[in-house]
Design a protein around this ligand. Structure first.
Ligand SMILES: Cc1ncc(COP(=O)(O)O)c(C=O)c1O
Length: 397
């Protein structure tokens, strides 16, 4: 058996050092919420591969759908019609306010596609609008344009000059947004709940006003649902929880249940700006990736996972609020939306609590400096929540 020490050595020697010192574990297989390490330990996955593994690990029906597609065909190319692609687009459109979908391979690529679509919509109108406003502390991906949209200095600084025409304003400050808008503003891009910077929601009223502003000024409203989408927040998409219809929304992560796929979903008046040749992809939406997406959608319905996300999310939030009341100087805030959960800790203890959770075999992430982020598989049950709460209680004590 290859030892963890050897894997780490090989990684350090041959893999680009973009992730630094990772947590010292390597998983060999998983089942449901559990991940098993090569060291023989069982871990509980409360991060879901960063909001990806919505079905948990090795979901039997999902794996069988993948195997079934593996035996048929993996890839054909966009020169030909693809049955799974058409069917998955239909599923997404029928479940949302969008009229058309386009598939790619990741969240960043979905946001790139959305930005291109917003730009070409204005280009074809000839109205001269080219600029994009996004929000401070947002995260939209790692490509040059999505880094330009990501309102965090640390991600932008090494890569300047970035794509021109992007600016950021403070979230939840409608006046700041309004005064940043000019007759060159093509699109406003936002996460409804900022995930990467620590689970920070937009106010409902703010989002409603953004929607109105975009409609009034013919600005394309793009909602980045890469993290908040696919049932994560107790609704299939977070914009449904907010009761707004964006012109474009993007998703990725959980859509493929672990197989890379992203989607740009848009209203017809915007989507039709793409003519043949204006945008494309080699791998995006291939038969295998869209078989994964279809299986995810099917299992979501059969197992009522969006409903589970909402009800277990409520249970989780109540339990966390109880524990926050027990340790008021240690837990500063609980921000929970379905199964996207931020536990903001006192700065002095955040890193230690994160490490203690890991030492107790519970996988989470630390984001925004002092917030433990949870994005567990949507299949979790009350007993899993209780396990987390009891461990947290023990650690905080
Ligand atoms: C809101 C949001 N947008 C975009 C991305 C980028 O997605 P990907 O890493 O698949 O490119 C992420 C990834 O964490 C995200 O959380």
């Amino acid at each position: 058996m290859v030892m963890l020490k050897d894997i780490i050595e090989t990684d350090k020697k041959y893999y680009m050092n973009t992730f630094g010192d990772r947590l010292p574990v390597c998983f060999t297989h998983g089942k449901g919420l559990e991940l098993f390490s090569d060291g023989g330990k069982t871990y509980y996955d409360f991060l879901g591969g960063i909001a990806v593994s919505a079905l948990g690990h090795s979901h039997p029906e999902f794996i069988s759908a993948l195997k079934n597609q593996l035996d048929k065909v993996l890839h054909t190319s966009s020169l030909y019609y693809i049955e799974n692609q058409a069917k998955l687009a239909k599923e997404l459109v029928e479940a949302t306010c969008a009229d058309k979908a386009f598939f790619c391979n990741s969240g960043a690529e979905a946001n790139e596609g959305a930005l291109k679509l917003a730009k070409i919509y204005h280009y074809k109108k000839g109205d001269g609008k080219t600029e994009v406003i996004s929000l401070s502390r947002s995260f939209h991906g790692r490509t040059i344009a999505t880094v330009a949209a990501t309102g965090q200095e640390k991600y932008q600084k090494p890569y300047r000059e970035l794509t021109n025409g992007f600016m950021q304003v403070e979230p939840n400050d409608f006046e700041a947004l309004q005064s940043a808008v000019t007759d060159k503003t093509a699109a406003i891009l936002l996460e409804l709940i900022q995930g990467e910077s620590g689970v920070h929601p937009m106010d409902k009223e703010y989002v409603r006003k953004v929607r109105e502003l975009c409609a009034d000024k013919d600005i394309v409203m793009i909602v980045d649902e890469v993290q908040t989408g696919m049932g994560r927040c107790g609704y299939l998409f977070a914009h449904q929880m907010y009761g707004v219809e964006p012109d474009i929304f993007t998703c990725a992560k959980a859509l493929g249940g672990g197989i890379p796929i992203g989607a740009v979903c848009a209203k017809e008046n915007i989507a039709k700006a793409f003519s043949p040749g204006d945008h494309g992809t080699t791998f995006g939406g291939n038969p295998f990736a869209t078989a994964a997406g279809l299986a995810v959608m099917k299992i979501f319905k059969e197992e009522r996972l969006v409903e589970n996300s909402r009800s277990i999310g409520e249970y989780f939030k109540d339990k966390l609020n109880n524990i926050a009341a027990k340790y008021p100087s240690k837990i500063k805030d609980i921000r929970a939306y379905g199964l996207l959960i931020g536990i903001e800790l006192d700065e002095g203890i955040a890193k230690d609590v994160f490490k203690a959770l890991f030492d107790n075999n519970i996988l989470t992430s630390l984001c925004g400096g002092n917030t433990i982020r949870l994005a567990p598989p949507l299949i979790i049950g009350k007993e899993d929540v209780d396990l987390f709460i009891n461990t947290m209680d023990k650690i905080l004590e």
